[in-house]
Design a protein. Structure first.
Length: 385
């Protein structure tokens, strides 16, 4: 979603129009497929304008709520005696069947708008789904190792590096440009998450061996880079291959890549032999067998809610904005940790949270400025015509 003035545009940006092209929407976006490469294209009516902002807010909620819940449940799984890295990887995508409900509820009235362009072959899309699914499975496994081998604060610090990786990938793959406000947002959100790591990292590696600590560090760093690459590749796929902007297309992307990742994780679970330990793990789970099952179930559902938010924001705004919101959740997680795990909320965590909010407002204001300019341009064009 190439941008100007530091923003990025809709998935169909930069393509020429034809007489029979259909104006289609992504997660409520009113941006036509023939729109130019602006992060917020001119809105044809106030209703569509507010509809777009409503869907941005809704996707932000999905992402933050899903990511926060899944991270807390993942930590709860390990704290209560869970130890299977492949099971932790498996649940990150295994909840994809619930997305069929959303696919049914938000199905397009026109079957054409819910599918790829006629010139796009099914084989090409299938290969893309398989490739992205395998990358997602590898990424999830690296995150599982990182969450097991690192303190949560250090884990969050390294995950914040995904913003820097995303800036690089967005620049080369998505023609992303930066304004001072966007740069300010990225810096603030990165420092916000970094503060959490500095605050507790001095407490040591929580008894872990040096080798496992280094392994967790490297794998989490690699996972952050891979996650950013996935976002940019999805954005390129929407722009260059699928060329459709319906919510059904967004869900199809998530469903089929998650299916591939789930199958790969399941193969890894059996190939590694970890499946043999699951029964004993369930019986030894600190809060009971039912809690074990419900923890895995709701972890899987939470990950899918977050994934809908991620892909939705890529489509409605850009991969960089999706990553910014993902990073915003990192300082929010300790707040819920205080409520559910009785963690200590000290001054550094409060400052980190305030910095994250400041960074988010900075990026949000850039969106507002871009949107205001786009609306003025639209009005000027209409008056002159």
């Amino acid at each position: 979603m190439a941008g100007d003035d530091g923003s990025s545009g809709g998935a169909g940006g930069g393509r020429g129009s034809t007489e029979d092209e259909v104006q289609i929407q992504i997660a409520g976006s009113s941006k036509p497929e023939t729109s130019s490469t602006n992060e917020t294209d001119p809105q044809s009516s106030p209703a569509k304008h507010w509809h777009w902002w409503l869907m941005v807010v809704l996707n932000i909620f999905f992402l933050i709520a899903g990511q926060t819940a899944s991270t807390l449940l993942g930590r709860f799984y390990y704290n209560q005696g869970g130890n299977s890295k492949w099971m932790s990887t498996f649940v990150q995508t295994a909840g994809f069947p619930v997305l069929f409900i959303a696919l049914y509820l938000f199905r397009s009235k026109s079957t054409q708008t819910a599918t790829a362009s006629p010139e796009t072959s099914g084989i090409k899309i299938t290969l893309i789904y398989i490739a992205l699914g395998l990358i997602i499975a590898a990424d999830d496994l690296m995150y599982s190792y990182g969450l097991l081998y690192l303190p949560v604060s250090t884990y969050s610090l390294i995950c914040a590096s995904q913003l820097a990786f995303n800036a690089v990938f967005s620049y080369f793959l998505n023609a992303q440009k930066f304004t001072a406000l966007i740069f300010n947002s990225v810096v603030l959100l990165t420092f916000s998450a970094a503060l959490l790591g500095v605050d507790e990292d001095s407490q040591g590696t929580n008894g872990l061996s040096h080798g496992k600590y280094i392994l967790g560090f490297v794998l989490t760093l690699g996972a952050s880079a891979t996650y950013s690459l996935i976002l940019s590749l999805m954005q390129v796929t929407f722009e260059k291959v699928i060329k459709r902007e319906t919510f059904s297309v967004v869900l199809n992307m998530q469903i089929y890549t998650a299916l591939v990742a789930t199958i790969a994780s399941l193969i890894g679970l059996f190939a590694s032999g970890e499946w043999k330990t699951l029964e004993g793990e369930m019986h030894a789970f600190g809060s009971g067998k039912l809690s074990y099952v419900m923890t895995l179930l709701w972890t899987a559902i939470s990950w899918q809610i977050a994934s809908v938010g991620v892909v939705g924001l890529i489509f409605v705004v850009s991969s960089l904005f999706s990553n910014v919101i993902s990073t915003l959740a990192l300082p929010i997680i300790p707040v819920f940790a205080v409520i559910f795990f009785h963690d200590k909320m000290d001054g550094v965590k409060i400052i980190a949270m305030l910095m994250a909010i400041w960074g988010f407002i900075s990026y949000g204001y850039q969106l507002y400025v871009n949107d205001k300019k786009a609306r003025k341009t639209s009005v000027s064009v209409e008056e002159s015509s």
